[in-house]
Write a protein that binds this ligand. Structure first.
Ligand SMILES: *Cc1c(COP(=O)(O)O)cnc(C)c1O
Length: 417
């Protein structure tokens, strides 16, 4: 009883650390559409003669991004896999990827029978251009995937200039970057293909799902067929106007019956959940950005915490914050994590947990020897990750900031004393 009373009084007088794992609720409009689908049982994207929810989503997403074609699939991993397949890469082709990304990225390369080559990433979480250039020019690289990891955009001007000069296609893994821009251009539209995720921890949440976008009719036609548009199902895919539509149909005719079917389609139910969220993107981006920048500014007041600057052409759309710990030993970093957890805030250090899927040494499924990547390894040992969903209030952000600043102080001032 006594303890209950104490905690009740505490809860009254202060904001508790927020639950950062809960998603925002799905817009009400999804409910009527899902009801309609449940009534009719029309869940397969290719049953309706036209305008199935998945087809409508593809048109809306392409228009939203300002590209000709979009293909909805079961995940961003599936979109990455289909992108590599649609580029026609030969077996064992080398694909350059950042060494700081989610395990789904090297996995999609392996799935496409290609060989991932890892490029160093600096302590600002962005591709190291010196290592990128050396590996691109000397590594027999046939394609590049740039992962905008946690929404951090690498120098796309330099990357595109190098890849264009060597005629190497770029796939953007923008899984976690919907709403980010580079010189005002939407991330995901800069490379030849862009891939996004609708998994629950991303900006648009359907539980699972993904989409790939491109202006290349040959790429999208192949991906559509391989995603599971068997027989003449591809006739239910369209371009934005007559010209693009006829280019698309010519490409479909070239690829008919020539490609395997991997069945990575999206269901109408997912599209019904996603479509009413597209109008919410601008707000989520705006709130996520202002939350991030507020927390970043306050964290940077600590002598032991640094939030790296974005590159000038980037406008980001964050739903989490990453920061580096400075001057802390291995043990002190562990103590910092514990002190933050005691204050209700979970901090993940990418390079510390044994099974972290963003630490390259845990990608032991990659064939060949694990490369030595000292720069990325050092970054992962100090880089912290805290979720910061756009829905948080200022009072909740303050709880997170105070917990992190307080934890750093507690660990480092105890050392000084
Ligand atoms: C989430 C994520 C993926 C994988 O997306 P899925 O839809 O779960 O396959 C790939 N890359 C990055 C950077 C991600 O954040």
């Amino acid at each position: 009883m006594y303890f209950l009373k104490i905690s009740f009084r505490k809860a009254e007088s202060m904001t508790l650390a927020p639950n950062v794992y809960d998603a925002e609720s799905i817009p009400e409009a999804a409910r009527a559409e899902i009801d309609r689908l449940l009534q009719s049982g029309d869940l397969f994207r290719y049953t309706a003669p036209e305008d199935a929810p998945v087809a409508l989503l593809e048109r809306e997403f392409a228009e939203f991004m300002g590209v000709k074609y979009a293909l909805c699939v079961s995940s961003c991993s599936a979109a990455l896999f289909l992108s590599l397949k649609a580029l026609g890469l030969p077996r064992d082709a080398k694909v350059l990827i950042p060494a700081f990304t989610f395990a789904a990225v090297p996995s999609s390369v392996v799935h496409a029978d290609c060989q991932p080559v890892l490029c160093e990433v600096g302590d600002n979480y962005r591709v190291n251009l010196d290592d990128f250039k050396i590996k691109l020019e000397t590594g027999d690289i046939k394609a590049v995937i740039i992962s905008h990891m946690r929404g951090h955009t690498s120098d796309m001007d330099a990357i595109m200039a190098l890849c264009t000069a060597h005629d190497i296609p770029v796939v953007e893994d923008a899984a976690h970057s919907l709403g980010t821009t580079w010189h005002g251009e939407k991330i995901g539209t800069i490379g030849k293909i862009g891939c996004f995720s609708f998994q629950s921890y991303k900006l648009v949440n359907a539980g699972e799902g993904g989409v790939m976008i491109t202006n290349d009719p040959d790429v999208v036609a192949q991906a559509v067929i391989m995603s599971g548009a068997y027989e003449h199902m591809w006739k239910k895919h369209s371009g934005p106007d007559g010209q693009t539509q006829s280019e698309l149909n010519e490409a479909f005719a070239r690829w008919q019956n020539k490609l395997p079917l991997y069945n990575l389609r999206m269901s109408n139910l997912s599209a019904a959940v996603i479509r009413p969220q597209l109008p919410e993107v601008a707000r989520r981006v705006r709130d996520g950005r202002s939350n991030h920048d507020y927390v970043a500014k306050r964290l940077n007041t600590s002598p032991w915490i640094t939030v790296p600057e974005k590159l000038p052409p980037e406008e980001r759309a964050p739903d989490s914050i990453q920061f580096n710990l400075a001057g802390m030993s291995y043990d002190q970093i562990g103590a910092f994590q514990n002190a933050a957890a005691d204050r209700g805030v979970k901090v993940q250090v990418f390079g510390r947990s044994e099974d972290n899927a963003r630490a390259f040494w845990n990608w032991q499924f990659i064939p060949g020897d694990m490369p030595d990547l000292p720069m990325t390894r050092a970054m992962l040992g100090n880089a912290c990750d805290t979720r910061l969903p756009a829905r948080l209030t200022k009072a909740e952000l303050d709880v997170i900031v105070e917990a992190l600043l307080g934890a750093a102080d507690a660990v480092m001032k105890a050392k000084a004393a």
